[in-house]
Write a protein that binds this ligand. Structure first.
Ligand SMILES: CC(C)(COP(=O)(O)OP(=O)(O)OC[C@H]1O[C@@H](n2cnc3c(N)ncnc32)[C@H](O)[C@@H]1OP(=O)(O)O)[C@@H](O)C(=O)NCCC(=O)NCCS
Length: 363
């Protein structure tokens, strides 16, 4: 069986039926492959994304440069691969991913795509490769995370594949699902207890969609701290700096993706600064799950139950602004006990696991 690999041109829009239509068709086919592979790994299609939801991130070539490649057999796209980096010269890291349709595996497509991605990275002067990929859970021998929390089955195809290419497992991420609606009494009790602990030193703000102008600087700082304050084990991922301009650009693009984003933030009253945030993206279709986006409480304000205060309040906001979704899905590092404690108390249960892998070329 022969295959070819080409770079996929990112369409500016999915709606132009004219000349752009052909370009969009390839992009859409890569999203279908992604969804099939994720459903296979998680045993659930709840993580499916639409091309419209994914396109805005692909159109951000300024802050998060990305390249998309596709492998074809007889003209049909059967695999995709992704190269993502950051523009800063000191950012030596690239994030790579290869997804091969389950019916087209063990034919060398994954190897050819990974070889090409790594060659692109080397040509770009990058020597640290990071891969996040789902590992379907099964019994049998496990490869344990060096963090001491979580493992992936040693015999899984992606584990064999990545070990064979010289990657090391650095961290395990837990995907969790919360069935909606949450019992309002349980939610109210959790929120009440968190409010008492947080006291009057902290005040919540809520909005849907874009950040109000007055909070752009504070939100940019919170997004930046997501890259330094969340546990990243031995991945050594670089600081990802957000400015108010980057945030405004990001939100302008995201506004076109069809999702409603509900945001709750917490202000430290004495300083007048935001010190925590949580956001949930709800798709336009009420029968699809909502996706938990970033949650952070700045280190210097931890220990006041602000995590629970934010998340329980934002759940109530989701119910008010975008009701009817069957579930919320979230991802956390398996060693992130503080966040997992909050999520488990709200009723999140594990739905699958991802390995986070690293390969560093010798300097
Ligand atoms: C991992 C993945 C990309 C491999 O794609 P593929 O096209 O099957 O890969 P290849 O045919 O090039 O396999 C290369 C080597 O990986 C190992 N491998 C792949 N699948 C394997 C399996 N099911 N069992 C054991 N070893 C396996 C083997 O060493 C294989 O070489 P061999 O066939 O000569 O024995 C594919 O299984 C996949 O898409 N998985 C889901 C997404 C993912 O986890 N990606 C991670 C990489 S970024």
């Amino acid at each position: 069986m022969t295959f070819t690999i080409d770079e996929v041109e990112i369409p500016q829009t999915l709606e132009d039926p004219g000349a752009a239509g052909f370009i969009a068709a390839d992009f859409i086919a890569t999203v279908e492959v992604l969804n099939i592979v994720e459903a296979d790994g998680y045993g659930s299609d709840e993580l499916s994304a639409t091309p419209r939801e994914l396109l805005p991130s692909w159109l951000d070539q300024e802050y998060e440069p990305k390249r998309l490649f596709a492998a074809r057999v007889d003209g049909r796209i059967v695999a995709r691969s992704v190269f993502e980096t950051r523009p800063a010269a000191e950012a030596d890291t690239v994030w790579l991913g290869v997804q091969v349709h389950p019916e087209f595996r063990r034919r060398g497509i994954g190897t050819a795509m990974a070889d090409e991605l790594e060659a692109v990275a080397v040509a770009d002067g990058r020597s640290r490769f990071v891969v996040y990929t789902v590992s379907r859970q099964s019994d049998g021998e496990q490869l344990r995370s060096p963090t001491g929390f979580g493992s992936v089955p040693l015999r899984n195809p992606e584990v064999r594949f990545l070990l064979g290419r010289g990657y090391t497992l650095e961290q395990v991420e837990r995907g969790s699902r919360l069935a909606l609606p949450v019992n309002p009494v349980v939610l109210g009790d959790l929120q009440h207890a968190a409010r008492i602990k947080a006291g009057s030193a902290y005040h919540l703000h809520h909005w849907t969609g874009s950040t109000p102008d007055c909070w752009l600087d504070d939100m940019a700082l919170l997004y930046t701290r997501m890259s330094t304050d969340a546990p990243t084990a031995g991945l050594d991922e670089p600081e990802d700096v957000w400015t108010r301009q980057r945030l405004a650009d990001y939100e302008a693009r995201a506004a076109l993706d069809g999702r409603t984003v509900v945001v709750t933030t917490v202000e430290h009253v004495a300083s007048g600064r935001l010190v925590g945030l949580t956001a949930i993206g709800a798709p336009a279709q009420p029968d699809r799950p909502a996706l938990q986006q970033d949650t952070i409480v700045l280190r210097e304000h931890r220990g006041h139950r602000l995590g629970m205060l934010l998340k329980s309040a934002n759940l109530a906001l989701l119910t008010a602004e975008a009701p009817g979704h069957p579930s919320i899905i979230t991802f956390n590092a398996e060693e992130n006990r503080h966040m997992l404690d909050v999520n488990e108390a709200l009723g999140f249960v594990p739905m699958g696991y991802e390995g986070a892998w690293k390969k560093v070329l010798p300097g």
